[in-house]
Design a binder for this molecule. Structure first.
Ligand code: ADP
Ligand code: MG
Length: 473
């Protein structure tokens, strides 16, 4: 064990946290916000992260610190808190924030240290460089043909298709929401591709809310609001991805709101995405919230096993490799959090086999993905499962490990054991131990029992399904 008084930060832990952040938030967020972070110290369970500017510090604190803490805690349970500090000695190499910081404080004050060069923010560069390209580039792979449709996303897919295919404004705004990696960005790009192909004269602008914000902040600083507004107000279809990032910045919200209203009034199409529904977006004003809900709100639900399997089929075909059914099922069972991770796992397996040779067997998959699977387990603990199941069936958590055998507690306990087996990669004896030191045969029996009951009793099956979804999401 480490001493928790004061110890150096474990670089390997931080690297793993970074890998996960990249998966969850994507490359551009990662580049802008995560790569400039340096872990400075670990003291009494508190990790201190150092960043080059004050603006970054504020932004990361509100947007990413909690996730960093949670992920790091998963890597190292002694980490309970994450704080940020500004290391002014560091030249702000990652120029992203330099202009942002200056802006955030006072547009014309020269508070910068002389050594810190001012460069154009790389985040805004593609948007406003020379005032030409407003839209972010689109990924050609994100089209409707490559999107696998299943129950959890069929509604969002249909809505997206409709907006893309109709020449008139149909639902305005179309608001797509869902958890990380469930296909929001994919659908947005697909809409943009489709509209550009069908009606090339329409001006389609797609950009992330962060870029929107930066463009706005930058225009403010350069006292260039007029052309900022003009540019946005001349588009036919405005698509803004991840609008949850707009929350909390009053002036940006205000501008967003005006831009938004102007476009809607002129009959232009707006498509937005977020990780929550408009009503659950905290920190945004009521006016904006109600405006966002005024069109069509379509959500992407967590994937089901069938959808994951379908996606793996499609991806394997795209990669041009035959992946054994068993391996696909294994992945679809184990990697339930989001599609990005699922893809990542498949790509990794395929790459390994292609580079190193060998057969793509179930054993190879288990072996190659060990760390990934373990990270998953860490996120979902048996304790969490017990807690949720106990809540669901309204029994005490302590009954998960108690000796009571009445059906009212025994059944939920069996469900929790079953879910522990399905959703974590704990062994039967480990599960038995977590449930009051029961024998592994008891766990095996519980698993069989639940499997049987699911087939016989639809209410019970629904309970199990519901719990599974809740725990997986
Ligand atoms: P989000 O924007 O919701 O976080 P993305 O659209 O970036 O998620 O999706 C993450 C990855 O998963 C992308 O590579 C995307 O192509 C893929 N993906 C998500 N859903 C599907 C789907 N239904 N069919 C095919 N690929 C999908
Ligand atoms: Mg996205």
């Amino acid at each position: 064990m480490k001493s928790f008084e004061e110890s150096a930060v474990d670089q390997a832990e931080w690297d793993r946290v970074k890998t996960r952040l990249k998966q969850e938030f994507g490359d551009s967020v990662f580049k802008s916000w995560v790569s400039p972070i340096t872990p400075a110290s670990l003291r009494n369970g508190e990790v201190e992260l150092s960043v080059p500017t004050r603006f970054m510090k504020d932004w990361i604190s509100t947007h990413y610190a909690e996730r960093i803490r949670a992920l790091w805690n998963g890597e190292n349970p002694s980490v309970r808190k994450v704080t940020l500090k500004v290391d002014s000695a560091r030249p702000a190499e990652k120029s992203v924030t330099q202009s942002g910081e200056k802006q955030a404080r006072a547009p014309h004050a020269s508070q910068r240290t002389a050594s810190a060069p001012v460069r154009a923010a790389s985040v805004t560069a593609p948007v406003f460089a020379g005032g030409v390209e407003l839209s972010a580039p689109l990924d050609p792979r994100y089209n409707f043909d490559n999107f696998v449709v299943g129950k959890p996303n069929e509604f969002a897919y249909a809505a997206a298709k409709r907006v893309a295919e109709s020449d008139q404004v149909s639902f305005n705004p179309l608001f797509l929401y869902g958890g990380v990696g469930l296909g929001k960005t994919h659908l947005m790009h697909a809409i943009a591709h489709e509209i550009r192909n069908r009606t090339p004269h329409r001006k389609v602008v797609y950009l992330s809310a962060e870029k929107f914000m930066y463009s706005f902040v930058r225009a403010l600083r350069n006292q260039d609001m007029v052309s900022f507004k003009e540019q946005f107000r001349s588009v036919d279809v405005l698509m803004i991805d991840d609008v949850q990032f707009i929350s909390g910045k009053d002036s940006t919200q205000e501008e967003f709101f005006h831009t938004f209203n102007a476009l809607v009034d002129q009959g232009r199409q707006i498509v937005l995405s977020a990780d929550k529904s408009p009503s659950n977006l905290e920190e945004i004003g009521d006016r904006l919230r109600s405006r966002l809900s005024s069109g069509l709100v379509a959500d992407l639900h967590p994937t089901t096993f069938e959808l994951r399997l379908g996606i793996l089929d499609a991806k394997a075909e795209q990669l041009g490799v035959a992946v054994p059914q068993k391996v696909k099922e294994f992945l679809a069972h184990k990697i339930t959090s989001n599609v990005r991770e699922l893809e990542g796992a498949l790509t990794r397996l395929v790459a390994h086999v292609q580079l190193v040779g060998g057969q793509l067997t179930l054993e190879a998959a288990q072996d190659l993905l060990q760390d990934l699977l373990r990270a998953h387990d860490r996120r979902l603990t048996m304790e969490e499962i017990q807690k949720r199941v106990a809540e669901h069936f309204k029994i005490r958590i302590s009954d998960m490990s108690s000796a009571r055998r009445s059906r009212a507690v025994a059944r939920p306990r069996q469900v929790a054991m079953y879910l522990s087996k399905q959703l974590t990669s704990r062994s039967l004896p480990e599960i038995g131990r977590a449930f009051g030191g029961r024998d592994h045969t008891t766990v095996m029996h519980a698993v069989k029992k639940v499997e049987e009951l699911v087939k016989l009793d639809t209410n019970f099956a629904e309970d199990v399904e519901l719990l599974t979804r809740m725990l997986e999401s």
